[in-house]
Design a protein around this ligand. Structure first.
Ligand SMILES: C[C@H](O)[C@H](O)[C@H]1CNC2=NC(N)=NC(=O)C2=N1
Length: 131
């Protein structure tokens, strides 16, 4: 299983897979580091032993934050893999991505992170304002 992670693949072209494989294991930290260059806007964090990807943005308003979440939610539903969404202090958005089924990171998390960055979210919600 680990060898498939060793070849950094083009994450953006991949699709998340269902996380219901019973032998699903969280990837090792050194393997996670090999994939970080493809998600270079994200931070690799460890919380109570669980590796996660985290990125934060500041949006113009609370409702812009909700718009931001709606766009991410559509992507997550299409991928069948879901981030943790935080909207705090009215305009601070943080997204954390990890695979709950195995309590750590899998390739799904990196695919989702890469696709979230491709959405260019701040640009999108800014454009919505002018429409
Ligand atoms: C079958 C389906 O893949 C699972 O229910 C998915 C749904 N979305 C998910 N999202 C995340 N982040 N972790 C999971 O374990 C997970 N499980």
């Amino acid at each position: 299983m680990a060898e498939q992670y060793m070849m950094p693949t083009c994450l953006i072209e991949k699709k998340c897979v269902p996380c219901n494989l019973k032998e699903l294991r969280p990837m090792d930290e050194d393997v996670a580091h090999t994939l970080m260059p493809q998600v270079d806007k994200w931070n690799l964090v460890k919380e109570s032993g669980v590796l996660k990807l985290r990125q934060s943005w500041t949006v113009k308003s609370f409702t812009k934050g909700l718009e931001f979440f709606k766009i991410v939610a559509n992507l997550a539903e299409n991928e069948g893999h879901h981030p943790d969404l935080h909207l705090v202090n009215w305009n601070n958005v943080t997204i954390e991505i990890w695979t709950h089924a195995c309590g750590g990171l899998t390739e799904n998390d990196f695919i989702l992170a890469a696709k979230i960055d491709k959405l260019n979210l701040l640009e999108q919600i800014r454009r919505n304002a002018s429409e």
